[in-house]
Design a binder for this molecule. Structure first.
Ligand code: PAF
Length: 287
């Protein structure tokens, strides 16, 4: 595995691969790899001849009071883990090259970024779409793999790709969970052991929602109030949102159906966690 830092070197490598008729898959990340990231890398390896993993803690997607400075970083460990997954290139650009001091361009998807996480984090998604657009242009992948845990991010990226006519196939990778059901996230490292056990209320809420839907419950207000009770039973846990939305438009659903997604965001102590589940079969959002 090669580590590339410079944008021009990355594009040169991609151009050669593409000229040789090979397919390229990209896994965009902010590093501090866990089993979820490694699983995305393996999926990318099945989809293309070569895999590029980008590792860039993207300042543009963090709000002024968010965790940019303390976001976990360990390049050596990440490089070791990526190498074991047969990644060809670990692309680790510098902030200076990605964002020149006068950088003033934003790629913004309107509408679906105003809801769910976008309500509390108004500039988050334009930070994500701007960096992903840059990565697509620098790396020129044929396909890219994103985790389904960031369900809204996935919808926003798909919409951007569609509306900007990029010939890049976007694949979703199912949420990877710890044995006890906590969705894997680099931010889980912020949790104390007490907070970590409280965070399990997310998976408890998801299991409850699936069971209630399977039993025939289709009233989203009722489901949301039941989930609110499950989560509120944990002191120190604050609910950001509990929503049942359409999987494509992200608009609220009054009646739950197989196209609905339950999306959750909570704060456990100072750590914001998200989770979601598709009320129909998971395969419907896998790509
Ligand atoms: O999901 C993430 O880790 C980030 O939002 C992404 C897609 C790498 C963009 O910085």
């Amino acid at each position: 595995m090669q580590i590339i830092h410079h944008l021009a070197d990355m594009t040169r490598w991609s151009n050669e691969v593409i000229a040789g008729g090979k397919a390229l898959a990209l896994v965009p990340t902010m590093g501090y790899f866990h089993a979820g990231h490694l699983s995305l890398m393996r999926q990318a390896g099945r989809l293309a001849d070569h895999v590029v993993v980008s590792l860039f803690v993207n300042s543009l997607q963090f709000g002024p009071r968010e965790d940019l400075s303390r976001y976990p970083r360990d390049l050596q460990r990440d490089a070791r883990l990526a190498e074991n997954e047969k990644v060809d290139i670990l692309f680790v650009p510098t902030s200076e090259e990605m964002y020149a001091p006068d950088f003033n361009t934003r790629v913004r998807v309107n509408g679906i970024t105003d809801t769910l996480c976008g309500q509390q984090r108004p500039t988050h998604f334009e930070g994500v779409t701007t960096v992903v657009a840059k990565l697509f242009n620098i790396i020129k992948p044929h396909c890219a793999v994103f985790g389904q845990k960031d369900f809204q991010q996935l919808s926003v990226i798909r919409k951007m790709v569609r509306e900007l006519n990029w010939d890049i196939e976007i694949f979703a990778h199912p949420i990877v969970r710890e044995e006890d059901g906590l969705a894997m996230s680099s931010r889980n490292t912020y949790l104390s052991s007490e907070e970590r056990s409280k965070a399990l209320c997310l998976n408890k809420a998801i299991q409850h929602a699936k069971a209630r839907f399977a039993d025939g419950l289709d009233d989203s207000d009722l489901l949301i109030s039941e989930i609110r009770d499950i989560i509120s039973a944990n002191s120190g846990v604050n609910i950001d949102y509990i929503s049942v939305v359409d999987k494509d438009t992200l608009s609220d659903k009054e009646v739950i159906d197989s196209q609905s997604v339950l999306a959750l965001a909570i704060k456990v102590g100072g750590t914001r966690l998200i989770d979601n589940c598709f009320m129909g079969s998971d395969s419907q959002i896998s790509n």
